[in-house]
Design a protein around this ligand. Sequence first.
Ligand SMILES: Nc1nc2c(ncn2[C@@H]2O[C@H](COP(=O)(O)OP(=O)(O)OP(=O)(O)O)[C@@H](O)[C@H]2O)c(=O)[nH]1
Ligand SMILES: [Mg+2]
Ligand SMILES: [Zn+2]
Length: 300
Amino acid sequence: MEGLIIKSIGGIYTIDASDGVYECKARGVLRKRGITPVCGDTAVFSAEEKVMTDILPRKSLLVRPPIANLDILIFVISTCEPAPSLLLLDKFIAVAEYKKIEPAVVFTKIDKQSAQRYEEIYKKAGISCFQVDNTNADGGAELTRLREMLRGKLCAFTGNTGVGKSSLMNNIFPGMELSTGEISKKLGRGRHTTRHIQLYPLEGGGYVADTPGFSSFDTNRYDTIYKDELAGCFREFAEYTDKCRFIDCSHTKEIGCAVIQAVEDGQIAPSRHESYVQMYTEAKELKEWERGQQPRGERE
Ligand SMILES: Nc1nc2c(ncn2[C@@H]2O[C@H](COP(=O)(O)OP(=O)(O)OP(=O)(O)O)[C@@H](O)[C@H]2O)c(=O)[nH]1
Ligand SMILES: [Mg+2]
Ligand SMILES: [Zn+2]
């Protein structure tokens, strides 16, 4: 039988098949082949023996959060408490682009602080944006737009702990009743109210995942994108990158760089380019560090 893995806790996988939901363990052979099944994988399993024997080939695999085959990854970012980090947002958007997953951004807590200037940055980049006040359960047009985008797709909500992912999902899908948590006043951040990834089926097809938020401490662990592939992960750069004076332009500081010109002309948001330069520098350093650490030939 085949089904979608919707939950994985302590080696027990919950699988949603056409005729019901099953709980299985993974057969040892999977581990020997180096395969760790994750939410979003299509499992091949035996209902009688309660074991998963294989997973189908993946379209994509995201490391953080660990989910396979996503269509859309929605970054939830609050306008305040926790304060937004555009660098972090740009890093995660780039990873989604790298993995051919459609990114979208939801700004929360707009009842406390306006998200207008942020929305302008990402709209200009051609990324779907939404603004919500989760304290207003009847969120109106924005929630309707979100529901429409999610229909029939495999989607996940991600973002810092306490930004309001679970609150948002409860408003988009009344009846979902995910638990949400007060932000700890002392720490100024949430307490990881959501503790594991779970996919929820949608009426009319598709699934959405709630994921545990990450704290600002582990923000630097994200999938590495090599420097030469990085510009391709900033979608609004595409129409300029082949117009630079030098064919090997890094778009960080060169004379005659069409990307930098577009920033100066107001076509590309400065903060997006700043994130790019920062990531480019990090990617370069990482490569040199790796080169120093590992003998030649051992890298893929
Ligand atoms: N004022 C205001 N508060 C919000 C909004 N969205 C969420 N909150 C509050 O922020 C706190 C955290 O919300 P959650 O939905 O639990 O956040 P989360 O992103 O799911 O957090 P984790 O599960 O820890 O990753 C709760 O106290 C919510 O009531 C909003 O739009 N406005
Ligand atoms: Mg949550
Ligand atoms: Zn350039």
